[in-house]
Design a binder for this molecule. Structure first.
Ligand code: SF4
Ligand code: SF4
Length: 419
């Protein structure tokens, strides 16, 4: 992605369903690193965070560097208030007009808003540089819930009936989204950031980086991080040796990242989606990520209105205020929650594949099983079938087979560790 300085191209962003300005010409990889997180299941255990830290950021100068973090929403954030601050900046440049019209975002993205920011130095991308203090407390406001406004001591009142709880919080696990239109790349005056053509992973060429921190300022998700001991930027590298199949465990076949593989809550599924020559996702009906995002539409991008077309997708937590969720995940929230709350047979089967293997699943296939249960969910009929779902790797080899009904094990009467 090389572009002439100051020249804006028109690129199509499917998440905001329109063309938008971007400081480089459109180029797309053959496949794109993407992931789906089911926020209904995250338990905030931080195993993902520590798996990443102990692999990539345990050295001097990386003390405050958490490529993967899990923050408690609405108040938590790493760096502190990253999203609130950017939403406020956008609102200031386009007051009262940061709105969706149906599934089209009618406001300004961070690329479009940069031009209209009054005063200050001109930016290619609207952003800000967090302070040292804002990077310092990665898990601030952990487990802090909102309660009904103005009701003293009301944390236990009225809080527990769906569809929306009045008292709520949720864990938001985050890493670099390896965006289709990366803001970090767009802002770099040294062209030190690039997107790999084979998998869309966004990397910093450290020999070109001079530590100007334009990427840190521009990344709306604040996932480009400055390392003071080397004076260059570092960021999530998508565990690319694992994606390339370099891990001996998979004998050359793509493997999921460390943070995905470690997930205790089984909320994560990662994949590589096929990209067509026009930059759209090529139809790949039985790729689980394609199915969840494009067919079931149960997983949504994080702050699509920022305009980078992030490749991390989230199944929204169903108990949370809808207005809050719509601000965070866009207009698809009602549909996604409805699909998750009352899943059809195929969705229920695909949801069982989360964390059943560390290898990347390229295709799934469902073998029908018997009906084992039926009920009503919020007035609608629901049937549970004990289907079997099989997952296949890049070369078409079966790597996982699991059933919808959880297996039930009865331990023998004599336990080896009994006293
Ligand atoms: S999340 Fe930030 S650092 Fe990652 S590719 Fe997007 S803009 Fe760049
Ligand atoms: S390991 Fe999984 S469940 Fe635990 S905090 Fe990370 S994403 Fe959530």
């Amino acid at each position: 992605m090389a572009g002439e300085k100051g020249v804006m191209s028109q690129v199509f962003n499917w998440q905001i369903n329109r063309k938008m300005e971007y400081p480089h010409e459109e180029h797309h990889p053959d496949r794109q690193f993407a992931f789906v997180f089911n926020l209904n299941r995250c338990i905030g255990c931080q195993t993902c965070t520590m798996a990443c830290k102990s692999t990539w950021t345990f050295s001097k100068g990386q003390e405050y560097m958490w490529w993967n973090n899990v923050e408690t929403k609405p108040y938590g954030g790493y760096p502190q208030f990253w999203d609130v601050k950017l939403l406020k900046l956008l609102e200031e440049t386009n007051p009262g007009a940061q709105k969706w019209k149906g599934d089209v975002f009618d406001g300004k993205t961070i690329f479009e808003a940069a031009k209209t920011k009054a005063g200050a130095e001109p930016q290619r991308v609207l952003g800000y540089l967090p302070t040292d203090e804002e990077w310092r407390f990665p898990n601030i406001y952990e487990d802090t819930a909102v309660g009904p406004k103005g009701k003293e001591g009301s944390y236990v009142d009225d809080g527990t009936s769906l569809p929306e709880h009045k008292t709520w919080f949720f864990y938001l696990a985050r890493l670099c989204n390896h965006c289709t239109y990366p803001a970090c790349l767009a802002a770099c005056p040294r062209n030190a950031i690039y997107k790999r053509p084979e998998d869309g992973i966004v990397l910093v060429d450290q020999s070109r980086c001079r530590g100007y921190r334009k990427c840190v300022e521009a990344c709306p998700y604040k996932k480009a991080m400055y390392r003071p001991s080397t004076r260059v930027t570092e960021k999530c590298i998508g565990c690319y040796p694992r994606i390339e199949g370099k891990d001996p465990e998979t004998q050359g076949r793509p493997m999921e990242t460390r943070c995905m593989a470690a997930c205790i809550g089984q909320i994560r599924l990662q994949g590589l989606v096929q990209i067509a020559s026009d930059g759209q996702w090529a139809e790949d009906r039985y790729n689980p990520i394609y199915y969840l995002v494009k067919v079931a539409k149960v997983a949504l991008p994080l702050y699509p209105q920022f305009g980078t077309e992030p490749n991390g997708y989230y199944i929204p937590p169903r108990w949370v205020s809808r207005d809050f969720l719509k601000q965070m995940f866009g207009p698809g929230v009602d549909h996604a929650i409805e699909a998750y709350r009352n899943p059809d047979r195929e969705l229920l089967a695909v949801l069982q594949m989360f964390r059943k293997t560390n290898q990347i699943i390229f295709r799934y296939q469902i073998e029908p099983g018997p009906k084992i249960y039926e009920t009503e969910i919020q007035g609608k009929p629901f049937a549970l079938y004990d289907d079997t779902i099989n997952g296949f790797d890049r070369d078409g080899r079966k790597i996982v087979s699991t059933k919808v009904e959880e297996p039930f094990y009865v331990r023998p009467d004599i336990h080896q560790n009994s006293i």
